[in-house]
Design a protein around this ligand. Structure first.
Ligand SMILES: [Zn+2]
Length: 104
């Protein structure tokens, strides 16, 4: 399996484990609704954090590590971002996703 696929699978598993622990703390809550504008930024930040960790501690993402100290900017609004494998900032990603889903 490719490092990127392993990273994405690990983030999937970790998010499932995270929400399982949250649900465990609130057994009286039986639904799992969460708006996309909360889910998507969380996902991006989690992937960023794992990519940072992999970039700094392995050879899996050398280009990421090489670019770690460089500045990164959103391709849409130009806002400065944390080093990441994503092209859009959280706000632009949310707007883009809302457009795709037909949400104003
Ligand atoms: Zn942006």
């Amino acid at each position: 399996m490719e490092p990127k696929e392993r990273m994405l699978n690990a983030v999937d598993d970790a998010e499932m484990a995270f929400w399982a622990k949250i649900a465990e703390a609130f057994p009286e809550i039986t639904t799992g609704d969460l708006p996309p504008d909360v889910v998507i930024p969380l996902r991006i930040q989690n992937e960023n954090a794992v990519c940072c960790w992999l970039g700094g501690n392995s050879d899996f993402f050398p280009s990421f590590r090489d670019n770690y100290d460089k500045e990164h900017f959103c391709e849409e609004c130009g806002e400065k971002m944390v080093p990441a494998g994503v092209k859009l900032c959280v706000d632009c990603c949310r707007e883009s996703n809302n457009r795709e889903m037909g949400v104003d």
